[in-house]
Design a protein around this ligand. Structure first.
Ligand code: HEC
Length: 228
C-alpha cells in the first residue's frame, strides 16, 4: 500500500499536519503559563521607571527606538519558547523517522513466521488454497532446485523430489504427506532422511516463506511429484 506514492505522500502530509497541531497546542500552553506567571508579577513602579529611562535614552538616538516594554516580555518569551520547542521537536520528527514509521507494516509482515511445531494437521488445514504453478516457480526462486532434483533417484545435496508426495506419507507415523512435507520445510532437522546429513537444508524457510508460498509449494508437490 505504501508503495503507492500518493498514499505515502498523504501519510507524510497528515503526520506533518498532526505534528504542527501538537506543536501549536504545546506552544499555546507554554505561552499561557508564561503569561500567567508574568501576570502575577506585574512590573513594579521602579521597573517602569528604569524602562522609561531606557526608552527615553533610546529615543534620543536616531533610528534606534526598539525597546521591549515589560508588558510585552511574556509574549516575547512565549514566542521564543515556541520556536525552541518547534526546532527541538522537528529534530525528532525528521523525514527518516516518518519513513521508518510508515515502513513498519511491511517489516511486521516479514516478522510473521510459519509455525514450526504444534498440531500440523490443524496448521496445514489453515493454509490458504495453493497454486501449483506458483509452487513450481518457488522451487526455483527459493533455491530448492539447488539441492533437490526432480529425476528419479538423482541425488543432489538432498533427496530427489521424484515420488516425494507418495513417499512422504510413509516417513513418519501419524503424519500424512502434507503434514510431513510441511514440517520438512519449516523444521528440516525434525526428521532427517536416511542416508542424508542433518543441518544441510536451509533452516530459515519458516521465516522467509509466507503461508501462501507454503501452500503453493505443497500444491505443486502434490500435483507433480506424486509418482509411484
Ligand atoms: C542447501 C540445500 C537444501 C535446500 C536449499 C533445500 N533443501 Fe530440502 N533437504 C535438503 C537435505 C540435505 C535434506 C535431507 C535431510 C533432511 O531430511 O533434513 C532435505 C530434505 C527435504 C525434504 C524431505 C524429503 C524426503 O524425502 O523426506 C523436503 C520435503 C524438502 N527438503 C523440501 C525442500 C524445499 C521445498 C526447499 C525449498 C523451499 C528445500 N527443501 C530446500 C537440502 C536442501
Amino acid at each position: 500500500m505504501l508503495d503507492n506514492p500518493t498514499i505515502l505522500f498523504a501519510v507524510i502530509f497528515v503526520s506533518f499536519l498532526g505534528a504542527v497541531i501538537v506543536l501549536g497546542i504545546i506552544g499555546a500552553l507554554v505561552a499561557r503559563l508564561v503569561t500567567n506567571f508574568f501576570g502575577k508579577n506585574v512590573p513594579s513602579d521602579a521597573a517602569m521607571k528604569v524602562f522609561e529611562t531606557a526608552q527615553a535614552a533610546a529615543n534620543a538616538k536616531p533610528g534606534k527606538a526598539l525597546v521591549i516594554t515589560p508588558q510585552a516580555e511574556p509574549f516575547v518569551i512565549a514566542g521564543v519558547g515556541f520556536i525552541v520547542v518547534f526546532i527541538l521537536t522537528s529534530m525528532f520528527i525528521t523525514p527518516t523517522s516518518i519513513k521508518s514509521e510508515t515502513a513498519a507494516p511491511p517489516a511486521a509482515k516479514a516478522a510473521v513466521s510459519l509455525p514450526v511445531s504444534g498440531d500440523f494437521t490443524k496448521i496445514v488445514s489453515e493454509l490458504p488454497k495453493g497454486d501449483p504453478d506458483g509452487g513450481k516457480k518457488l522451487f526455483t526462486s527459493q533455491g530448492c532446485i539447488g539441492c533437490h532434483s526432480q529425476e528419479k533417484d538423482k541425488r543432489l545435496v538432498g533427496p530427489s523430489f521424484y515420488g516425494l508426495w507418495s513417499r512422504a506419507a510413509t516417513r513418519k507415523p501419524n503424519m500424512g504427506a502434507k503434514e510431513y512435507i510441511y514440517e520438512s520445510i519449516v523444521a528440516p532437522n525434525a526428521f532427517v532422511v536416511e542416508g542424508y546429513q542433518s543441518g544441510l537444508m536451509t533452516p530459515t524457510f519458516a521465516k522467509t516463506l509466507s503461508s501462501q508460498d507454503m501452500a503453493d509449494l505443497l500444491a505443486w508437490l502434490e500435483r507433480d511429484h506424486n509418482e509411484k
